[in-house]
Design a protein around this ligand. Structure first.
Ligand code: PLP
Length: 387
């Protein structure tokens, strides 16, 4: 059966060039980058080249990049590295759980947290952040792009507010990296997290930009790796993969290659909206990353649609979380004001560099007929059409 993967915001395949770059660093160049002999120096040099590529992708100095195990660790290191029980944190209601659950934990140890709301398009109002500032505010953390809707926040005005108030600013850019240009100086952030597996590098590697002079309490204690900011022997193959993926992402952004992806996404979205009734775009009217389309299909259970599409070979996802057996509607979509039923009827389609137009055509064929079939079976549909 033909299988098409439109769930690249969950994870993306390692590109062949990235895999080729990594391969020698498993068995051939296997040295510990801290060793002073030839084997160690060889991997150290490769790690530093990768650091320079990652730094170039976000516009910072190589020394400001700390390699981590992924986005979750980067977000945790930013929050726990800075905040203590007497501090105040400002974040938003639509952050990834790596930030939200870290914030909840910080609250449990006495840190104050303000969760600013979003509007119907999923956008934070920078003035809400300004109003939330307190004398003990130490950090503002607002994501650059949302993982469910792809909506891009106005990070530059938030950076200005943070600078004026002399407060640290962290942005979770896990879903933005490689999809839109990132310039930490222009954003005015002190910390920014990225993750390899959302940008065609492997799972289990990521990076945190830490502006020079920002002192973080480390999360791990051990050797003096990563300038004492992250102890533990480096994941050399992962780092090499992230470096190569960063290089390729930069080239793709420079060459306008992301326009190919946004054209496919737009075609998918527009045709689906035209062909399927009672559907719409979550995050419509807001700037979005080029690969993501979050659509609601009223009168349908999103989980049922995910399963039905998967049975026909199309992999997509809902933003819903399954907690204690019950499907909770997405916290992002409910924060945007969607009623729970519409939030549960929403699906995320996220494209990647490996996708092609014929796959979009396949999805355009499949989605309307599958939605129609499920609506036929839906008691909700019968209740409304028989009125
Ligand atoms: C916005 C965002 N932040 C953080 C993460 C966590 O990244 P990782 O899977 O690398 O830990 C994800 C992954 O889904 C994400 O989408």
């Amino acid at each position: 059966m033909r299988r098409i993967y439109f769930d690249n915001n969950a994870t993306s395949p390692v590109l062949p060039e990235v895999f080729r770059a990594m391969k020698p660093y498993f068995a051939e160049h296997f040295g510990n980058a801290s060793s002073i002999h030839h084997h160690g120096q060889e991997t150290r040099a490769a790690v530093e080249r990768a650091r320079a590529s990652v730094a170039a992708l976000v516009g910072c100095r190589p020394s400001e990049i700390v390699f981590t195990s992924g986005g979750t660790e980067g977000d945790n290191l930013a929050l726990f590295g800075l905040l203590g029980s007497a501090d105040h944190l400002i974040t938003s209601t639509i952050e990834h759980h790596a930030v939200l659950n870290s914030s909840k934990h910080l609250q449990s140890v006495g840190c104050e947290v303000t969760y600013v709301p979003v509007d119907g398009r999923g956008l934070v109002d920078p003035d809400d952040i300004r109003r939330a500032l307190r004398p003990n505010t130490k950090l503002i953390t607002i994501m650059m792009a949302n993982n469910e809707t792809g909506v891009l926040q106005k990070v530059e005005p938030i950076g200005k507010i943070a600078a004026e108030a002399d407060v640290y600013f962290h942005s979770d850019a896990v879903q933005a990296a490689g999809k839109v240009p990132i310039d930490v100086k222009r954003i005015g952030c002190d910390l920014l997290s990225i993750s390899g597996h959302k940008m065609h590098a492997p799972q289990g590697i990521g990076a945190l930009y830490v502006r020079k002079g920002t002192v973080l309490q480390p999360m791990f204690y051990g050797g003096n790796h990563e300038r004492s900011r992250r102890a533990g022997t480096e994941n050399v193959p992962g780092i090499i993969g992230l470096g190569k993926a960063a290089e390729m992402a930069q080239q793709a952004l420079n060459a306008g290659d992301l326009e190919r992806i946004s054209a496919m996404r737009d075609r998918f979205e527009q045709r689906t909206l035209a062909e399927v009734e009672a559907t719409g775009v979550n995050g419509d009217g807001a700037p979005r990353i080029p690969n993501t389309s979050n659509l609601y299909f009223d009168l349908i259970e999103g989980e049922a649609l995910v399963i039905a599409l998967d049975l026909k070979g199309l992999a997509v996802s809902t933003g819903a979380a399954c907690s204690s057996g019950a499907i909770e509607p997405s916290h992002v979509l409910t924060a945007m004001g969607l009623p729970p039923a519409r939030a549960r009827a929403s699906l995320r389609f996220s494209l990647g560099k490996q996708n092609h137009l014929d796959e979009v055509e396949f999805a355009l064929d499949l989605v309307p007929q599958t939605v129609a079939r499920l609506r036929e079976l839906s008691p909700l549909h019968h209740a409304t059409t028989s009125k």
